[in-house]
Design a binder for this molecule. Structure first.
Ligand SMILES: CCCCCCCCCCCCCC(=O)CC(=O)SCCNC(=O)CCNC(=O)[C@H](O)C(C)(C)COP(=O)(O)OP(=O)(O)OC[C@H]1O[C@@H](n2cnc3c(N)ncnc32)[C@H](O)[C@@H]1OP(=O)(O)O
Ligand SMILES: NC(=O)C1=CN([C@@H]2O[C@H](COP(=O)(O)OP(=O)(O)OC[C@H]3O[C@@H](n4cnc5c(N)ncnc54)[C@H](O)[C@@H]3O)[C@@H](O)[C@H]2O)C=CC1
Length: 717
C-alpha cells in the first residue's frame, strides 16, 4: 500500500500503491504513516521522495470510504502534519494526477517536482466538499489567495506549466520524475549547498503566513456574491470561500480548526452524498449490457476514423465539432445552400480553424466513411428516406446512427440493408458542450454497433449511457410528463415566472419555460404533430383539452401558431429584445393570453405554491423514471441519474431524479403522487407506477438495492 525503499544510498523512496488511482484508503494511510515514521528514524536516510505507483501520484481520498461515519486508520490531517514536520527534506514526485487529498499530500511535502504532463487540482467541490485535510489552508499560503480560491472553487485540473508559474510546483521536467526528485532531494543544484540538512522552515507551508492581499474584505465579499449567484443552492462552494478566508486571516492552527469545523458541516450532508453518488453514476454507464447478454467487457468496438454528419442545423453543427475535436475526419452534408454556408462558418469558428472537416450538399460524399450521424428534421418520413439512401450509398460495414430525440430506431433500421448496424446516438444541445450521449439500441442493433458508439462517445469526452428503444428513450420520455405538468400549472393559475423560479431555486440553471424558449417551442410542436397530438387534421371536431382520452394542454401549440417559437423569434413564454436575444423578460401579452385562455375554457385561476410546482413537475418525471426502469429501458437508476445530470442539467448536489426520490423518501413521493392523481384523475402520468408501489411495499430499500425489486419483472433488457 505504501512501499518503502532506500535508493541512491540515502533517499527513502515511498511509493503509494493502490490501483487504479492510488486513492488514500485506510491501508494506504496506515502505510504512509508507518513509512514516514520509518524514514524519520532510519539513520541511513537523509531525504525522502514520495511518489505514486504506475504513473499516477494520487487521486485523493477514497471516495468509496466516505459513507463510513468514522473513517478507519490514521487521519490524513495527522499524516500530513507528520510529513511536514519531518526534519529530513521531503520531495513529492508528481506524475499523472495529484488531486484532492493527493494534492494536499504534495503540499505537506517540502518540495514538489512535476512531470510536464502532470495535473493537479482540488476537485472536492464536485463531491460536495472542499479540501478539508489542510489543503484550504496550505494552498493560499503557497500561491496566494486569489489563485488558491480559483483552484478550490472551480475544482479544475491545473496543468503542470500553469502550476509552475503559480509556484505550486518547484520544477517541471520531461524525464523520469522519480529519478529527478531523488537527485533533487540530494543536491539542489551543483552551485547550491545540498538541501539535505538545510533548515526547512520556509518550505513548511503551515509555518508560512498567507501572502498579503489588498482590499481583503472587498475581495471576499465579491467572491461570496459570485459564488452565491452561481452555486444554484450548493453549499460546498460557499464553504470554499469561508475556508480560504480563514487561511487569509487566521494563524495556521486556527485555520485548521475552522477547516475541521466546516468539513464537519459538509462531510455527511445530503448534498455531499448526492454529489459523490453522481461521481460513480457518471462512470457506471461505461459498464453497459444488452438483453442478449452482450456486455461492455466482451464486445469489441469497430475502429472509426472517418464520419459523416447529415443535416447541419443546430445539432449537426455541434456534432461535427465534437467528432472533429475527437480527431475524426468529418464530411458534413447539408442540402440547403444557405445552411451549408452558414454551418461552414459556424463550425470553423467553433473549431478555431482546426479539425478536418469537408462540406458537401450531396449524400454521396458519405460513401467511404466508417460512421454516419444523421441529424435532419425530426420527421420520420424524411429520416426513413435518408436511411434508405445511406444504406445504398455507404460502403458495407458503415455504422448508421441517428440523433433523433424521440423516433423509433428499429423503424429506421428496417429501411437499411444491415439493421444490426443501426443505433441511436442522441446528443444534447449544444452537442459539442453537453456531456451526455444516449446510445440507443433497437432489438436488432448488434453489440458491436453499441460498443462502437459507446467507444466513440468516450473519445468525444461524453458520459455515454446505453438505453433501450422507446418513444423519447430515457431522457425525453421522462421530460414529457415534466413539461406537461408545467403547462397544466399555467392553465390552473401559475405563471412561467412562478414555475421557473421554483425550479431555479431547486437548482436547475433555468426553469422549464426558459429552457423551452432556448430550445425552441417548435421542436416540441413538431414532435406532437408526429405523434398525432396536434395539427389541422387532428384537432378538427375534438375538445381542445383532451387527446386520446387524457387531459391535454394545447398551450404550447397555440404559442407556435402565434409564431412564438422562443428566443429564435424574439418571443415565446417570455419576451426577448430581438430574435436570438437571450435576456428573458415577463411579457404582458402572455398574462393576457393566459387569462383569456382560462376564461375560454372555464378555468378559475388559483394560487399555486412553489412546493406544488416542484412536487408535480418532479414527481411526475420521477414516476416516469420508475416506469423506464420497470420497462427495462434503462439498466439502473444510476444510468437515469447520469442522463439527467449530464443531459438536462439536473443539479448535481441533488444527485439526479432517482437519487433525489430516494433522499426525499419513496413513501413520500408515492403519497405525493397519490394526492395529485386524486386531484387530477385524467392525468395518467400522476398515477404512481407499480415499481414505486412495490419498492415502498418492500420497505423502501436504498437505491443500490432497487435492482433486486426490479428483477423478476418483465424487462426489455
Ligand atoms: C461529522 C463528520 C466529520 C467528518 C470528519 C471526517 C474526516 C475525514 C477527513 C477526510 C478529508 C477528506 C479530504 C480529502 O482528501 C478529499 C478528497 O481527496 S476527495 C477525492 C478527490 N479526488 C477526486 O475527486 C478525484 C476523483 N478521480 C478522478 O477525477 C479520476 O478518476 C482521475 C482523474 C483521477 C482519473 O481519471 P480516469 O483515468 O478517467 O479514471 P476513472 O475516473 O475512470 O477512474 C478509474 C476508477 O477509479 C475510481 N476512482 C477514481 N478516483 C477515485 C477516488 N478518489 N476514490 C475512489 N475511487 C476512485 C473510479 O470510480 C473508477 O472506478 P469505477 O469502478 O470505474 O467506478
Ligand atoms: N434541437 C435540439 O435541441 C435537439 C434536436 N435533436 C434532434 O436532432 C435532429 C436535428 O434537429 P435540429 O438540429 O434541431 O434541426 P434543425 O432544423 O436545426 O436542422 C436540421 C437540418 O437538416 C437539414 N436537412 C433536412 N433534410 C436534409 C437532407 N435530406 N439532407 C441533408 N440535410 C437535410 C435541414 O436543412 C436543416 O439544416 C432532430 O432529429 C432532432 O429531434 C436531438 C437533440 C436535441
Amino acid at each position: 500500500m505504501a512501499q518503502y525503499r532506500v535508493v541512491s544510498g540515502s533517499v527513502a523512496l515511498i511509493t503509494i500503491q493502490n490501483p487504479p488511482v492510488n486513492a488514500l484508503r485506510a491501508a494506504v494511510r496506515e502505510g504512509l504513516f508507518n513509512t514516514i515514521k520509518r524514514a524519520s528514524s532510519d539513520p541511513q536516510v537523509r531525504s525522502v521522495v514520495l511518489s505514486g505507483h504506475n504513473g499516477t501520484f494520487c487521486g485523493g481520498a477514497d471516495i468509496k470510504e466516505f459513507g463510513n461515519v468514522s473513517l478507519p486508520g490514521p487521519h490524513l490531517v495527522e499524516i500530513f502534519q507528520l510529513m511536514e514536520d519531518l526534519v529530513k527534506p521531503v520531495v513529492a514526485a508528481i506524475e499523472g494526477f495529484a488531486l484532492g487529498g493527493g494534492l494536499e499530500l504534495a503540499l505537506a511535502c517540502h518540495y514538489r517536482i512535476g512531470h510536464s504532463k502532470a495535473k493537479v487540482g482540488f476537485p472536492e467541490v464536485n463531491l460536495g466538499l472542499f479540501p478539508g485535510a489542510g489543503g484550504s489552508q496550505r494552498l493560499p499560503r503557497l500561491v496566494g489567495v486569489p489563485a488558491a480560491l480559483d483552484i478550490i472553487i472551480t475544482g479544475r485540473h491545473v496543468a503542470a506549466g500553469e502550476a509552475l508559474k503559480l509556484g505550486l510546483l518547484d520544477r517541471v521536467i520531461d524525464q523520469n520524475t522519480v529519478d529527478a526528485a531523488v537527485t533533487f532531494s540530494k543536491i539542489q543544484k551543483c552551485t547550491s549547498p545540498p538541501i539535505s540538512g538545510k533548515p526547512l522552515d520556509n518550505h513548511r507551508l503551515g509555518n508560512r503566513p498567507c501572502p498579503p492581499l489588498e482590499n481583503m474584505d472587498a475581495f471576499f465579499e465579491e467572491a461570496m456574491k459570485r459564488v452565491h449567484s452561481r452555486a444554484r443552492g450548493a453549499v460546498a462552494p460557499i464553504t470554499c470561500v469561508q475556508a480560504v478566508r480563514g487561511a487569509a486571516t487566521l494563524p495556521f492552527h486556527k485555520g485548521m480548526e475552522l477547516e475541521k469545523m466546516l468539513l464537519g458541516t459538509l462531510f455527511n450532508s445530503a448534498q455531499a452524498q448526492a454529489s459523490q453518488y453522481c461521481f460513480f453514476a457518471e462512470r457506471a454507464g461505461a459498464r453497459w449490457s444488452m438483453p442478449s447478454g452482450a456486455r461492455w467487457d466482451t464486445c469489441k468496438a469497430k475502429p472509426i476514423s472517418t464520419a459523416a454528419v447529415i443535416g447541419l442545423g443546430t445539432m449537426g453543427r455541434g456534432i461535427t465539432v465534437a467528432l472533429a475535436r475527437a480527431g475524426l475526419s468529418v464530411v458534413a452534408v447539408e442540402t440547403q445552400e444557405h445552411q451549408l454556408a452558414e454551418a461552414q462558418r459556424a463550425v470553423s469558428r467553433m473549431l478555431k480553424g482546426g479539425g478536418r472537416v469537408s462540406y458537401s450538399p450531396d449524400l454521396q460524399a458519405a460513401a467511404e466513411v466508417d460512421l454516419v450521424v444523421e441529424a435532419v428534421f425530426e420527421d420520420m418520413a424524411i429520416k426513413e428516406k435518408i436511411f434508405k439512401q445511406l444504406s445504398e450509398v455507404c460502403k458495407p460495414g458503415t455504422l448508421l446512427t441517428t440523433n433523433t430525440s424521440t423516433l423509433d430506431i428499429d423503424r429506421l433500421a428496417s429501411c437499411t440493408r444491415d439493421p444490426q448496424l443501426v443505433v441511436g446516438m442522441h446528443f444534447f444541445a449544444p452537442a459539442h458542450i453537453m456531456r451526455l450521449l444516449e446510445v440507443v439500441y433497437g432489438p436488432r442493433s448488434s453489440p458491436e454497433a453499441v460498443a462502437t458508439a459507446m467507444q466513440l462517445g468516450k473519445r468525444m469526452g461524453k458520459v455515454s449511457v446505453a438505453v433501450g428503444n422507446c418513444t423519447g428513450f430515457v431522457g425525453n420520455r421522462m421530460l414529457k410528463p415534466y413539461l406537461e405538468q408545467a403547462n397544466f400549472l399555467l392553465e390552473e393559475g401559475a405563471t412561467p415566472e412562478l414555475v421557473d423560479a421554483a425550479l431555479e431555486e431547486f437548482g436547475f440553471p433555468m426553469g422549464v419555460f426558459k429552457m423551452s424558449d432556448l430550445s425552441g417551442l417548435d421542436v416540441g410542436w413538431r414532435v406532437r404533430k408526429e405523434e398525432g397530438l396536434t395539427g389541422p387534421g387532428v384537432t378538427a371536431g375534438q375538445p381542445m383539452r383532451i387527446r386520446h382520452g387524457r387531459r391535454y394542454s394545447p398551450l404550447g401549440d397555440l404559442m407556435c401558431e402565434e409564431g412564438r417559437y422562443g428566443q429564435k423569434t424574439g418571443s415565446g413564454w417570455y419576451l426577448y429584445d430581438k430574435p436570438g436575444g437571450r435576456v428573458a423578460r415577463s411579457d404582458p401579452w402572455l398574462r393576457n393570453f393566459l387569462e383569456q385562455y382560462r376564461a375560454r375554457h372555464g378555468l378559475v385561476a388559483r394560487r399555486i405554491s412553489q412546493q406544488e410546482v416542484l412536487e408535480r413537475c418532479l414527481y411526475a418525471l420521477i414516476n416516469e423514471g420508475f416506469r423506464v426502469l420497470e420497462d427495462g429501458i434503462a439498466a439502473s437508476p444510476q444510468n437515469i441519474d447520469a442522463i439527467y445530470v449530464f443531459g438536462y442539467s439536473w443539479p448535481k448536489h441533488r444527485g439526479g431524479p432517482m437519487f433525489y426520490a430516494s433522499q426525499v423518501g419513496l413513501a413520500r413521493v408515492l403519497e405525493g403522487l397519490n394526492h395529485y392523481h386524486q386531484a387530477h384523475p385524467d392525468v395518467p402520468h400522476l398515477e404512481p407506477c407499480s415499481l414505486l408501489r412495490r419498492l415502498v411495499a418492500s420497505g423502501s430499500p436504498p437505491i443500490n438495492k432497487w435492482s433486486e425489486v426490479v428483477k423478476g419483472h418483465r424487462s426489455q433488457l
